[in-house]
Design a protein around this ligand. Structure first.
Ligand SMILES: *[C@@H]1O[C@H](CO)[C@@H](O)[C@H](O)[C@H]1NC(C)=O
Length: 148
């Protein structure tokens, strides 16, 4: 009887050793997922002829600098990122509404966004408005996460 128990135990151990790589792979699925980050310029135009950029966005991560980007009204600036092994991936952006406002916000932070940005085609969507930077995880409902 003791022997049978021992055998069953050994069998279970063997099975779990074989299954372990699959279990690990499943939990690391989101590491291979490509996230799409969108920042849309929804600011009104003030004292400016149409098509003159009044809004600048400069986004960076620890190892990528996306450069300073002038954005026209309505423009959607997009880039992709994967989540690193330690889940510390972070893109922060300096947003400048010339002569009015500026702010630095986190456009993608793995610990905060991995889950919520999975809901809509793996997209994090930001809308820059006159009273702040709004976030949406479904491109339908918006929250002012960075009032300025
Ligand atoms: C969000 O919705 C707008 C308006 O319908 C559309 O133009 C835009 O492409 C959508 N963005 C994404 C990331 O799906």
């Amino acid at each position: 009887m003791a022997n049978l128990k021992h055998n069953v135990f050994q069998m279970l151990m063997t099975i779990s050793v074989f299954l372990y790589p699959w279990a690990l792979a499943a939990s690391e699925d989101s590491l291979f997922k490509n996230y799409h980050i969108h920042v849309v310029n929804d600011l009104p135009l003030f004292h400016s002829p149409p098509n003159v950029p009044q809004f600048y966005l400069h986004c960076k991560s620890g190892d990528r600098d996306l450069g300073d980007k002038a954005m026209l009204k309505g423009e959607d600036y997009t880039w992709d990122t994967k989540v690193n092994l330690f889940r510390t991936t972070l893109f922060f952006c300096n947003a400048r509404w010339v002569n009015y406002k500026r702010i630095t916000f986190d456009a993608f932070k793995a610990s905060r966004d991995e889950g919520r940005c999975e809901e809509y085609h793996n997209s994090c969507i930001w809308s820059v408005r006159s009273d702040g930077i709004y976030f949406s995880k479904d491109n339908a409902t918006w929250t002012n996460e960075y009032p300025w």
